[in-house]
Design a protein around this ligand. Structure first.
Ligand code: SAM
Length: 322
C-alpha cells in the first residue's frame, strides 16, 4: 500500500467510462456541443482489468463509475459485470439520470445499491438552459423508479449565481421529502473556468451563501462525516441531511483519497494538477508485469496531490468525471 507524508492513501477510484455525454452543461462544456467519445477509449474488459490491478496495487476499496455520461455507454454492462466480483466495499455511479429508468435493471443486477444523480434545478426552463440536453420530467421519473427499487440516492447540485440559487430550497425540500441527501458542489475552476476567472467569479456561490440561504428556512447543525469525506455534512433535525463539497471554501486536499482513471487510460492523482500518467497499455499486460510498473506510477500520482488547497485544473470534468 502506498502512503504519502501526510498519511494519505488511494482508497477511492473513479473510472470515467466514456467522455461522451447527452448533456452539454454550461459550466462543463462552454461551446455547448454535445460530447462524443474520445478517440482510443479503453474497452470495458481493459477497464475492468485495470480496476482489478488498481485494487491490488493501490489498495482501492471503493469504486465510482462516472463519465461523460456512464449510462449512455455501450460498455456499461460489461464493466459492471467485470467489477462486481472484485470484492470492493462499494460500487456506485454518478449519472445525469436521463437513462436511469432504462438502465435500472442492469444496475440492480450488478449489485449497485446507491447512485448520485446530478440535478441542478427543478425548473424545466432553467434545466434546458443549464444542461442543454435531456428532459427534466424523464430524470425525475427515473429517480422515482430508482428510489422505488430501493437504491439510495444522493442528488448533486452545482449552485450557480444568477442561474439556479432560487432552486436551493426547492431542491432541498424535494430531497428531504424523499429521504435523498442533497449534495451541493461548489463550482470548481476546471477546464475553461480555470482560465476564465471572470466567468468563474460571476457564477460561483460559496458555502457561506448556501448555508445562509438554507438557514432562512431550516435550522441545521453540522453532522459527522468519515475522515476522508469530501463533503461537509449537515443535519436538519427530524428532516434529514444535506452536504456541501466546498472545494473552494473548505478544501479537503489534506485528506483526499481519490484516484481517477479516464476513459483513455490516464491516471490522475489530483484534479488540481496537470500531471497524469498513461496506464492503458499496462492493463493489457499480465499481472506480474503490470503491477510493479503500476505501483511506480501510483507513487507519482499520489505525489501529485495538492498539499492543502484545490487551485483549479486544466482538465475538463467531462473527461475525468468529477
Ligand atoms: N454525467 C454524469 C453526471 O451528470 O453526473 C457524470 C459526469 S459529471 C462531469 C459529474 C459531476 O461533475 C456532475 O455532478 C457535474 O455537475 C459536476 N461538474 C462538472 N463540472 C463541474 C465544475 N466545474 N464544478 C463543479 N462540478 C462540476
Amino acid at each position: 500500500m502506498i502512503v504519502d507524508r501526510q498519511g494519505r492513501r488511494l482508497r477511492n477510484l473513479r473510472v470515467s467510462l466514456t467522455s461522451a455525454c447527452n448533456y452539454a452543461c454550461t459550466y462543463c462544456v462552454p461551446d455547448g456541443k454535445r460530447l462524443v467519445a474520445a478517440q482510443h477509449e479503453l474497452s470495458a474488459e481493459a477497464l475492468g482489468r485495470g480496476v482489478a490491478y488498481l485494487i491490488e496495487a493501490a489498495g482501492i476499496e471503493r469504486l465510482r463509475i462516472t463519465g461523460g455520461e456512464p449510462l449512455i455507454s455501450p460498455k456499461l454492462d460489461a464493466l459492471l459485470e467485470a467489477v462486481a466480483p472484485l470484492g470492493l466495499q462499494d460500487i456506485s455511479l454518478t449519472t445525469n439520470g436521463q437513462l436511469l429508468a432504462r438502465k435500472l435493471p442492469v444496475l440492480l443486477a450488478a449489485g449497485i445499491r446507491r447512485i448520485n444523480v446530478s440535478l441542478d434545478t427543478l425548473d424545466a426552463t432553467a434545466f434546458r438552459a443549464i444542461a442543454r440536453g435531456g428532459d427534466l420530467a424523464t430524470v425525475l421519473a427515473g429517480i422515482e423508479q430508482a428510489a422505488a427499487a430501493g437504491l439510495r440516492i444522493k442528488i448533486n447540485m452545482v449552485p450557480l449565481r444568477g442561474q439556479n440559487l432560487d432552486q436551493v430550497l426547492p431542491l432541498l425540500d424535494y430531497c428531504l421529502a424523499r429521504g435523498f441527501e442533497l449534495r451541493f458542489i461548489e463550482l470548481m475552476r476546471m477546464g475553461h473556468l480555470a482560465r476564465d476567472g471572470k466567468a468563474f467569479n460571476q457564477q460561483f456561490a460559496s458555502l457561506e451563501q448556501l448555508l445562509e440561504l438554507i438557514g432562512q428556512r431550516h435550522p441545521f447543525q453540522q453532522a459527522e462525516a468519515p475522515l476522508d469525506a469530501t463533503a461537509l455534512r449537515y443535519e436538519i433535525p427530524g428532516k434529514g441531511f444535506f452536504g456541501v463539497i466546498a472545494n473552494e471554501s473548505v478544501p479537503f486536499c489534506r485528506t483526499c483519497s481519490r484516484l481517477r482513471l479516464s476513459s483513455t487510460g490516464w491516471l490522475h492523482g489530483c484534479l488540481s494538477s496537470s500531471n497524469r500518467h498513461q496506464v492503458g497499455d499496462l492493463f493489457d499486460k499480465p499481472r506480474h508485469q503490470a503491477l510493479p510498473a503500476l505501483q511506480r506510477l501510483l507513487v507519482q500520482a499520489l505525489a501529485d496531490k495538492q498539499e492543502l488547497a484545490f487551485s483549479g485544473g486544466a482538465t475538463v470534468m467531462k473527461v475525468i468525471g468529477g
